[in-house]
Design a binder for this molecule. Structure first.
Ligand code: GLC
Length: 481
């Protein structure tokens, strides 16, 4: 094992958003490029995990303050495109939800869980004969690892193992009270400041401070984080010398319109026929008119994604005579569920609302829609616009983070979508109007639609960038004697 990816999500094992997609794909492409990469995540109580055969490779006990927590490290018997490990911590992770309970509420013992997960991994690693060359941590749930590697005597064997910390989403710091400090293994009190941000233990800030290399999932997001990161911008500015923005890729094996088993009508020869047959299927399924441009939102119904702008914009656009059909797929804020359902009722036959998480439907929507709409407030990279383009669906995006880096406005010769700047009713509505005008210009619309299907956002390039980064902090085979 050269690189160990530590994450709370990994597709197809457990996914709640883009983090899962990335951790399910990057190691596969690193392995293809000859860099041995494994993934470790918590053992949740879900269908995928319970169907597999697991081999226990380590058993241990964590002294969590006054409690003793038993855990196991298990390896998947038949590896995926990479070796997969889980940390089995009964009582902590044997629950179906990754972050939320059955009422949609965050777990109250989130900090305890995350600490157990991270400590268990390090307790296992110190027993290995061959240590990983790099530990690659993803998001705040793993942000204490770079600190523990360096500053906890219990793990001193790992002191020289370099860590990479990737911020997929800086909106969630995972902070908890200093009262819980005893849950951490012993460390030299003089370095306690590394854990602190605003008088709390802040795993996101700790990861940023202690990792050897910091990455964000797009160059644009790295720039934005220095201006606004929930109070961490100064820290980001300070840590710029070790920071890199590396754009995510997409798994072109999973996201291939020609072989996608979720689609009733995969791509054969003609992009036009592919789009037409899938749109027809969708419009029948959702009872919306196939003659209108079809604009779709897929994602978490959260402020972060600008989901509070969906209903007002649609209402504003339709009530002023606009002609388009809309589909929304996602779950999230219960208030938005209600607002969107009401809107769906009011404009039955033009708007369809699916309040669910549905991977297959998402694929069908990318294939059959004309436009994908992403009015995000924050978008560290965004994968939906990349999936959409590969399936010939033109993105309408707010010009921020990874959206700005991957979608070129159609006012440019190589335009691939529609950008807008402000999250205001005027700007979001104007973006919809521009999309509909494009749709009505049949020739330009068909041209862009076909051109975006050929754009290359595959992981190969990004995997190379990560490899170059790893080589800056660790010695790999080709450099070994
Ligand atoms: C998070 C971000 C998203 C990014 C994904 C994968 O979900 O919100 O923008 O694409 O992580 O890195």
């Amino acid at each position: 094992m050269q690189v160990l990816h530590v994450s709370t999500e990994c597709y197809p094992i457990a996914k709640s958003g883009g983090l899962g997609d990335v951790v399910g794909a990057l190691p596969k492409y690193l392995n293809k490029a000859g860099i041995d990469s494994s993934v470790i995540l918590p053992k949740y109580d879900n269908k995928w995990i319970s169907k597999q055969i697991w081999i226990t490779c380590f058993k241990g006990v964590i002294q969590l303050d006054t409690d003793l927590i038993a855990f196991k490290i298990q390896q998947l018997k038949t590896p995926l495109a990479f070796p997969l490990y889980v940390v089995d911590i009964p009582g902590k992770y044997d629950r179906p939800g990754i972050y939320l309970d059955h009422n949609g509420m965050g777990y109250e013992d989130a900090a305890q869980r995350a600490i157990c997960f991270q400590r268990a991994i390090l307790q296992w690693l110190i027993t290995l004969e061959k240590l990983p060359k790099v530990i690659h941590c993803h998001d705040h749930h793993t942000g204490l690892i770079p600190f523990m590697l360096q500053h906890c005597p219990e793990f001193s064997v790992l002191k020289k193992v370099p860590s990479v910390f990737t911020i997929h989403n800086g909106e969630y710091p995972g902070s908890f009270d200093w009262e819980l400090v005893n849950l951490l293994p012993l460390f030299d009190g003089r370095v306690g400041g590394l854990l602190d941000w605003d008088q709390q233990i802040n795993p996101l800030a700790t990861g940023i401070k202690c990792c050897w290399k910091l990455t964000t999932v797009s160059p644009g997001y790295l720039e934005e984080l220095q201006i606004y990161t929930k109070g961490l911008s100064h820290l980001l500015q300070q840590e710029m010398p070790k920071s890199h923005g590396i754009l995510n890729g997409i798994d072109t094996q999973v996201w291939n319109p020609a072989t996608d088993t979720y689609l009733a009508h995969p791509l054969k020869k003609s992009a036009r026929v592919f789009k037409a047959t899938n749109k027809k299927w969708l419009c029948t399924h959702f009872n919306v008119p196939p003659t209108l441009p079809l604009i779709t939102f897929i994602g978490r119904l959260a402020r972060e994604k600008g989901a509070d702008f969906l209903a007002p914009t649609i209402e504003h656009y339709l009530s002023s005579g606009g002609k388009a059909a809309f589909i929304v797929l996602g779950t999230g804020d219960p208030t938005l569920h209600k607002i969107l359902s009401d809107l769906g009722e009011k404009y039955k036959g033009i708007i369809a609302i699916a309040l669910e998480y549905n991977e297959q439907l998402a694929h069908q929507l990318y294939a059959g829609s004309d436009f994908i709409w992403m009015p995000s407030r924050v978008e560290p990279c965004g994968l939906n616009q990349l999936y959409a383009m590969r399936y010939g669906t033109i993105p309408i995006v707010r010009a921020i983070g990874g959206l700005k880096d991957t979608v070129v406005d159609i006012s440019n010769p190589n335009g691939s979508g529609i950008q807008f700047n402000q999250l205001s009713l005027a700007d979001t509505t104007q973006a919809i109007q521009r999309a509909v005008s494009l749709y009505n210009n049949k020739e330009a619309f068909a041209f862009i639609r076909e051109a975006i299907m050929d754009l290359n956002f595959s992981w190969e390039k990004s995997a190379e960038d990560y490899f170059s980064l790893y080589k800056k902090i660790a010695r790999f085979q080709e450099f070994d004697d």
